[in-house]
Design a protein around this ligand. Sequence first.
Ligand code: 2BA
Length: 108
Amino acid sequence: MKLILAIVNDEDGNKVINELSKNGFSVTKLATTGGFLKAGNITMIIGTDDDKVQDVIEIIRSKSHRRTQITASPMPMSASASFTPYPIEVQIGGATIFVLDVDHFEKV
Ligand code: 2BA
């Protein structure tokens, strides 16, 4: 069994969850915040059989879109007090996906 952690944009979250549920996957949704943009995103926890992992990834891929966002540049560690942030463009998503081995799974 595998545990999939998938981080998707807020705007895509419900579409991804609906499609996973429609296809019989159990999903837990966590409201999370990206460390870089400090913007809301959604982290999904999906436990599934090894042979279903690619199906899950395909569903997430089909429902989450890549976006460009403008944000303020982070302040470098060595910046002086006069440092002025400037706009930078970042590419976000579709989705960031981690697949972990599960040692043991049971429902009691
Ligand atoms: P954030 O940390 O808010 O990052 C949003 C986007 O900003 C990232 O998109 C990436 O394009 C850019 N970015 C992040 N850190 C950066 C940095 N130090 N310098 C320049 N640009 C940076 P994604 O890579 O698609 O990530 C979307 C969200 O997925 C992230 O939101 C974070 O919540 C999560 N994430 C991505 N990679 C992760 C990882 N290795 N571990 C844990 N969470 C991750």
